[in-house]
Design a protein around this ligand. Structure first.
Ligand SMILES: NC(=O)c1ccc[n+]([C@@H]2O[C@H](COP(=O)([O-])OP(=O)(O)OC[C@H]3O[C@@H](n4cnc5c(N)ncnc54)[C@H](OP(=O)(O)O)[C@@H]3O)[C@@H](O)[C@H]2O)c1
Length: 343
């Protein structure tokens, strides 16, 4: 885990993100927390950023807030003689809670864009109640993992097409958490039943706070396995300019998500053991844009990154698991839900 006093990042998003003019990025859960900061920095370097959010009002406010923040930064950099970037930000309506919601958003983006250079799958929930969604999937797993699986699957043709464009550098960044290592070492994610957290410890106390965290840990393990498997499958295309997939633990970040988990009297203490959302955005932005990741692709592709861009150690439960069984199960659920069901 990233502690507040660990050495700072060598990669500075304000100074080190290359020019992204002409590139298109999608950030899920972008209206607050780390996703907001990621979107801001990508837009600051000229990318056309889609904020994938479920609430129009929150998305529009985030867009205005980012524009205002960049206006203020722009004023400062103009004084230093730097060129002002006009931020391009749009709302993409996206509800990841179901396969259909993710696919609708992908369809809308496919209608609007001819390229997609960066996806940051950042949105998250910690569902307090144990519930299955309309696809029969537990809601934490559905939002944090399966919705993103469906979104990427639907956008894959556009991502592959983008690799054929001049100077392409297509990257997929999946947000996970160091807490994925908290799952029992014998955890398997092979079937839909496994995704729904069937183990006794989940069922016996399925609406308790601990059970809610365990479902979160499991969804973040799914993301680690998916990252590895997706990279291997994309590599099989033998693209001249391959897509790089990584998953990232951003550090302990004082976002609204984190604050809501801490009892109110202790919230003033949060800055002592957590970093700001802006700093939490460093490692995902490194994964999404740092030239060194492309230059040393073999070192980073398919890997789990921790602050500040180091390859981390994955959970014991991921040892020897290649994620194929999870991937096939996810494909089956997607096929029998969303677009598949409409056929
Ligand atoms: N904060 C940490 O310490 C920490 C540590 C490790 C990993 N991470 C990871 O970093 C990422 C960002 O965390 P954060 O703390 O910045 O989160 P956050 O502030 O709670 O933001 C979560 C975002 O996800 C969105 N979201 C929730 N359900 C959604 C749905 N069904 N469809 C679309 N969007 C949805 C939320 O939108 P609404 O506003 O509409 O709810 C919000 O924009 C997460 O993947 C998290 O697991 C965070």
């Amino acid at each position: 885990m990233c502690q507040k006093n660990s050495p700072g990042p060598a990669f500075d998003p304000v100074a080190d993100i290359p020019d992204l003019s002409g590139r298109v990025a999608l950030v899920t859960g972008a209206n607050c927390g780390i996703g907001f900061e990621i979107s801001k920095r990508l837009a600051a370097r000229g990318a056309h950023v889609y904020l994938g959010c479920r609430h129009a009002g929150r998305a529009r406010k985030a867009i205005e807030d980012i524009k205002e923040a960049l206006r203020q930064e722009g004023g400062h950099s103009e004084k230093l003689g730097e060129k002002r970037v006009v931020p391009q930000l749009d709302w993409l309506e996206l509800d990841l809670a179901t396969v259909g919601g993710a696919e609708d958003a992908a369809d809308a983006l496919l209608r609007r864009e001819k390229r997609l250079d960066i996806i940051v799958c950042n949105a998250v929930i910690l569902s307090k109640k144990y519930e299955l969604n309309e696809d029969g999937v537990e809601t934490t797993m559905a939002t944090n993992y399966l919705g993103h699986f469906a979104l990427i699957s639907a956008l894959e043709p556009l991502l592959l097409h983008t690799t054929t464009l001049p100077n392409s550098d297509v990257r997929i960044v999946m947000m996970t958490s160091a807490l994925h290592t908290k799952v029992p070492s014998d955890t398997k994610l092979h079937s839909q039943a496994d995704l729904n957290a069937p183990k006794a410890q989940f069922l016996s106390c399925k609406d308790s706070r601990m059970a809610c965290y365990r479902r979160y840990f499991l969804s973040k393990l799914a993301i680690v396995l998916f990252t590895r498997c997706l990279q291997r499958r994309l590599d099989a295309h033998e693209l001249p300019n391959p897509i790089i997939v990584t998953c990232v633990h951003p550090g302990m970040v004082s976002s609204s998500n984190m604050k809501s988990q801490v009892p109110a009297p202790f919230r003033p203490l949060l800055p002592l053991f957590s970093i700001s959302p802006a700093r939490g955005a460093h490692t995902p932005l490194f994964a999404a844009t740092a030239p060194v990741v492309r230059a040393r692709r073999r070192e980073f592709a398919g890997q789990y990154l921790v602050p500040w861009g180091k390859v981390g150690k994955v959970a014991k439960a991921a040892d020897g698991e290649d994620g194929e069984a999870l991937f096939r199960t996810s494909e089956d659920i997607v096929r029998s839900s969303g677009r598949g069901r409409q056929r």
